[in-house]
Design a protein around this ligand. Structure first.
Ligand code: 26Q
Length: 813
């Protein structure tokens, strides 16, 4: 037909500038001649959005016509960061937009900095979802993401500023007020005699309304969709109360409903059993399923073909209730017999586990669950009964095993174990790194699934954001040396550059880029924190959520040890000490007392060390507050050392290890999570490994508790560090007592047991730094050995071994 959207050529600078001006005047209702940077950013974003929506529409209608099998990625967290730079890079229009905004009198970089991060997540799990949807779009896989449109990060009881990322108009989301579904909570259940059906009624109802975020693939027309749900009242307000003169009551139900999706729970690797959280999970899952099923129903096919068109990947257990919701819809609403419904459901769902830490496993108090979702609990009972019958058949009389495997945990109260439900209801369960997937099968889920149900998909990160966007000069060097940009969609190709480690000219170019990135970070630290750091020092980076198992303490106590060494050193000895800049960034959950103490100690050590004239330029300690995706994009290209020192067996994968490695930081790490595979690929000569192995942790931990030795015996160096802290060297010694006590006593995470090994590894780092040519060789070998750790490889693994879906590229014209 002749109906065509407005066209702009991707190299047409004037045409693009015109679209920006049009948005200034007609969308923002402002004058083009009198515009600040925020306005210019908004108009530019709206112009880019037009491009994305055109592609989004084409992708949607193409896939509607083709009806391929689709994957739906359910994640309660989406840590997207900023969109503008990523979007213009993926559209191959960065230069055009840079020139167009220049024409209008603006510096493009400044406009990029006007954008707020979309921070709908806490850490690794949320950012992984963001990398995966980028790869799904880039690989032309038909898939959507589903999430929750949280407005602010919850702050617990503390006086912390929530992050009001939506207090400005957000140009990247499209409200779809016409796409909404009713969601029920509480209420009662009536059985229908002689059937497995029931009627769930009463309680409260609200609506889930869709907001769509277009996700452009790199160098393809395909544009995926991230659909976020917001809770709304069923009617705008209660007209009866209004007419009766009760104006407050007339709007109360409205704000009640909206509160459901208001907050992002700030926990990371720590389960919180709050009713509001379960409400969020159910609203998100029920709305997503209703949406998925409505799309399927347009195909007019019988229910038993659903698994040929739909696969749902669950990002951790948070969406597990969707298994039960699909059962409920099929049985109660579609009148599908129970066994048929179960056969369908268990071909649709797959579950990714992200942790073996017991305190992170989701389990809901049964009374709370039953009150909020009474019909779902009934269905869970049936699922569990059938499951345990099978177990009993396989292991007659093994009551202990049945108790261990049950979806319901016995006790007062009882609990619903979401991981067990997720495993029973899924056709595949995967861990996120080789070691982690092995531990799942040999420890926490030992009993739960046959071998063929478990698999591994090692995590990956998108090289578009984590190299092209954050480190444009290194990306350019790679493109120039390889003679093509193809490595950006086939990261394996960078391994062709490994021999360049032996090329002195290349090393020089590579090192210059690192120094420039360090200088850029140094500028930011100076302007934002008033801190001067030496670009010639070793930048060590530990950037991740604060958690005891991640052991920021090991790093921090190492710094104190170094400080004490500097204080004692003779002028002769000082000359041999390598200069360090230790950079920490990350948030602690508001209620996590020990993690907050660690931050406090880092900040106070920084205050003393950074101002001690005896230290000079030998040591700087930096804690960066408000860590975010955008901050990471500045830190990662500037890092010399990637600090990944979790207790072996605790970090499921890690992903900052991949981002830092890709940008040339040498791995200083334990044999844990994806460090294992990274070290294997870069070669152990090019990494600094330390600490006890996962296989030995249990025995050491046992001995720490039951054959306790003094700290002095376990680590005299650490005992000296503790003495300095207790003496008040870094402010009130007694404040840190509860933190130090965890290590004096049981030292569950083996800080004292690994401290000596950590110091030894640091010595090797310092020794290598003295030989800059050798260092750069290893840095090059690290970066170019990271070809496997792209999210393109991970997502392709999922597509091949779990989803069974094919690319469906939108034709170019
Ligand atoms: C659960 C229930 C109630 C409230 C909060 C939560 C909750 C929220 C977030 C539980 C866990 C998380 C986040 C976990 C997480 O980020 N795990 C990390 O996932 C990464 C991606 O796979 C891995 O690389 C990390 O090793 C893992 O720690």
């Amino acid at each position: 037909t002749a109906i065509e959207a407005e066209q702009v050529d991707k190299d047409d600078v004037q045409g693009v500038a015109n679209t920006v001006v049009r948005h200034v005047t007609t969308t923002l209702a402002r004058q083009a001649g009198n515009l600040d940077e925020l306005g210019a950013y908004q108009a530019t974003a709206l112009s880019v959005r037009d491009q994305l929506l055109k592609r989004w529409n084409e992708t949607t209608s193409y896939h509607t016509k083709n009806a391929p099998k689709r994957v739906y990625y359910l994640s309660i967290e989406w840590l997207m960061g900023r969109t503008l730079d990523n979007a213009v890079l993926n559209l191959d229009m960065r230069n055009t937009y840079e020139s167009a905004t220049q024409k209008l009198g603006f510096n493009f970089e400044d406009l990029l900095n006007e954008e707020r991060d979309a921070a709908l997540g806490n850490g690794g799990l949320g950012r992984l979802a963001a990398c995966y949807i980028d790869s799904m779009a880039t690989l032309n896989l038909p898939g959507w993401g589903y999430g929750l449109r949280q407005l602010i990060s919850s702050t617990g009881e503390q006086l912390e500023a929530p992050d009001p990322w939506l207090d400005r108009e957000n140009p990247w989301e499209i409200p779809r007020l016409d796409v909404s579904y009713p969601i029920r909570f509480y209420g009662r259940v009536e059985a229908i005699p002689n059937s497995s059906r029931a009627i769930w009624s009463g309680g409260n109802e609200c609506l889930a309304v869709a907001y769509d975020v277009p996700i452009p693939g790199f160098a393809t027309k395909n544009t995926a969709n991230l659909r976020l749900w917001a809770a709304r009242p069923i009617q705008g307000f209660d007209l009866n109360s209004f007419n009766a003169g009760n104006y407050e009551a007339s709007v109360a139900s409205s704000s009640d409903a909206e509160n459901i999706t208001r907050v992002l729970y700030p926990n990371d690797n720590m389960y919180a059993g709050k009713e509001l959280r379960l409400k969020q999970q159910y609203l998100w899952c029920s709305a997503s399923l209703q949406d998925i099923l409505r799309r399927y129903q347009k195909l007019n096919l019988p229910w038993d073909q659903l698994p040929d068109y739909v696969v749902i990947q669950m990002n951790d257990t948070h969406p597990t209730i969707s298994i039960v919701e699909l059962m409920r819809i099929l049985i109660d609403e579609e009148e599908v017999p129970y066994d048929v419904a179960w056969g369908i459901t268990t071909k649709v769902f797959a579950y990714t586990n992200h942790t073996v830490l017991p305190e992170a496993l989701e389990k809901w108090p049964l009374p709370l669950f039953e009150n909020l979702l009474p019909r779902h609990l009934q269905i869970i009972y049936t699922i569990n009964m059938n499951f345990l019958n099978e177990v009993a058949k396989r292991f007659p009389g093994d009551m202990d095993r049945i108790r261990r495997m049950s979806i319901i945990e016995e006790g007062t109260p009882k609990f619903v174990r979401m991981a067990h439900l997720a495993i029973v209801g899924s056709f595949k369960v995967n861990g996120v790194a080789a070691l982690h997937s092995q531990l799942l099968q040999s420890t926490i889920f030992r009993d739960l699934k046959g071998r063929d149900g478990f698999t591994n998909v090692t995590n990956g990160v998108t090289p578009r954001r984590w190299l092209l966007q954050c480190n444009p000069r290194l990306a350019q060097l790679i493109t120039d040396t390889l003679g093509s940009e193809h490595w950006l969609v086939n990261l394996k190709q960078i391994s062709q550059l490994l021999p360049m480690a032996d090329n002195a000219e290349f090393r020089h170019a590579f090192r210059e880029i690192k120094i420039e990135n360090k200088a850029r970070l140094a500028d930011v630290l100076h302007s934002e924190l008033g801190l001067s750091v030496d670009v010639d020092s070793i930048f060590t980076c530990q950037i991740k959520r604060l958690h005891e198992y991640k052991r920021q303490t090991l790093n921090l106590f190492g710094i104190i040890h170094r400080y004490l060494r500097i204080k004692k050193a003779t002028p002769q000895e000082r000359k041999k000490i390598a200069k360090h800049t230790a950079i920490f960034a990350g948030k602690a959950a508001p209620g996590y007392y020990i993690a907050k103490l660690v931050i406090r100690l880092i900040v106070n050590v920084a205050k003393i060390v950074n101002h001690d004239p005896d230290v000079g330029d030998l040591l700087r300690v930096v804690f960066i507050p408000d860590y975010s995706v955008s901050v990471a994009e500045v830190l990662i290209p500037a890092a010399d050392v990637s600090v990944q020192i979790s207790t072996a067996g605790t970090e499921a994968s890690g992903t900052s290890n991949m981002k830092l490695g890709l940008n040339g930081a040498l791995l200083l790490g334990t044999v844990d999570g994806a460090n294992v595979e990274i070290a294997e690929d870069v070669g152990e000569d090019n990494a600094f490994l330390l600490g006890h192995l996962a296989a030995d942790v249990e025995a050491v931990r046992y001995s720490n508790s039951y054959n306790p030795t003094s700290l002095e015996e376990r680590s005299p160096e650490l005992a000296a560090v503790f003495k300095a802290i207790e003496a008040g060297t870094f402010g009130d010694g007694h404040v840190y007592e509860p933190l130090l006590k965890t290590i004096y006593d049981h030292d569950y995470y083996l800080v004292s047991n690994d401290f000596g090994s950590y110091l030894a590894a640091e010595n090797l780092v310092d020794e290598l730094w003295a030989d800059q040519e050798e260092w750069t060789k290893k840095s090059i070998r690290t970066a170019f050995a990271m070809g496997s750790f792209t999210s393109d490889r991970s997502v392709q693994d999922y597509a091949d071994s779990i989803w069974s879906i094919e690319p469906d590229p939108v034709p170019e014209n």
